[in-house]
Design a protein around this ligand. Structure first.
Ligand SMILES: [Zn+2]
Ligand SMILES: [Zn+2]
Length: 255
């Protein structure tokens, strides 16, 4: 990989290692581009706060840290400042100006919950609910159509155990919309590492048929995973199996 745009930091409370260690892994591997995209903070109403994202008051430090590394390593690596962001309709418009204030360069779309997260099941938990599948696809399509996201992370996160023809009809809808929005879809190496339900070959067969652009994302939660050679080989196997249209780099979308 010459570029990885999907990198976390310990602020999300399920990653480890210093930001600099991630940078050094990328340099040692001969990579050209490393984008940090930790889980965005969200300004939830009331007392609720999710356990897997930085707190709002950590955003500034996150941005400063990445910007300092960008300066420090400017002659060795192109470092970008991004976030992995869910599209939560009730709070998204409030979020945007807060991120723009910090001059975040790009957002990848990572939809881990439907609705607005609170009181909703995690999308990676097995479900045969057609309604959940439909909502997942509807919400992602609405998000992609804003034109604000650089790519869609783990589009196949939703763990649907119902009928295949229902899965296929909905995911085909998602893939067609992604194609229409010129939105690359990510094969996720962290899912491969943990042998999760994604990458889901049912999904990648459809993406191949629809001619979607594809990108490989490390989704690194530990420094070594920036250069995850073993799982990258498995991802490339999926690319070959379905003859997917793989991009080496993506254009960052300003928002
Ligand atoms: Zn994610
Ligand atoms: Zn991630």
């Amino acid at each position: 990989m010459i570029a990885n745009y999907h990198t976390h930091t310990p602020r999300c409370r399920h990653a480890s290692d210093s930001e600099e260690a991630y940078v050094q892994t990328a340099i040692a591997a001969g990579m050209k581009i490393l984008g940090f995209s930790d889980h965005t903070p969200y300004w939830f109403p009331g007392d609720y706060y999710s356990h897997m994202r930085m707190y709002p008051d950590q955003l500034e430090d996150y941005c400063d840290t990445v910007r300092n590394l960008r300066k420090q390593y400017a002659d060795q690596l192109q470092i970008h400042l991004g976030l992995e962001v869910e599209y939560y309709p009730a709070m998204f418009q409030d979020l945007l100006p807060r991120l723009r204030d910090q001059e975040i360069e790009y957002m990848i779309l990572g939809q881990h919950w439907v609705g607005n997260e609170e009181n909703e099941p995690y999308c990676g938990r097995a479900t045969d609910s057609v309604r959940t599948l439909e909502r997942y696809c509807d919400q992602i399509i609405e998000a992609m159509e804003t034109g604000l996201f650089t790519y869609l992370a783990h589009p196949d996160l939703l763990f649907f155990t119902g009928e295949n023809r229902v899965y296929e009809a909905n995911m085909r809808r998602l893939c067609k919309a992604a194609k229409g929005c010129d939105m690359p879809l990510e094969i996720n190496l962290w899912g491969l590492h943990y042998q999760r339900n994604y990458p889901d070959k049912r999904f990648w067969r459809i993406a191949a048929e629809e001619g979607n652009a594809v990108v490989i994302g490390a989704d690194a939660h530990q420094a070594w995973a920036v250069n995850n050679v073993e799982n990258e080989a498995q991802a490339l196997e999926i690319v070959r199996e379905f003859d997917l249209n793989l991009l080496q780099t993506v254009e960052l979308r300003k928002f």
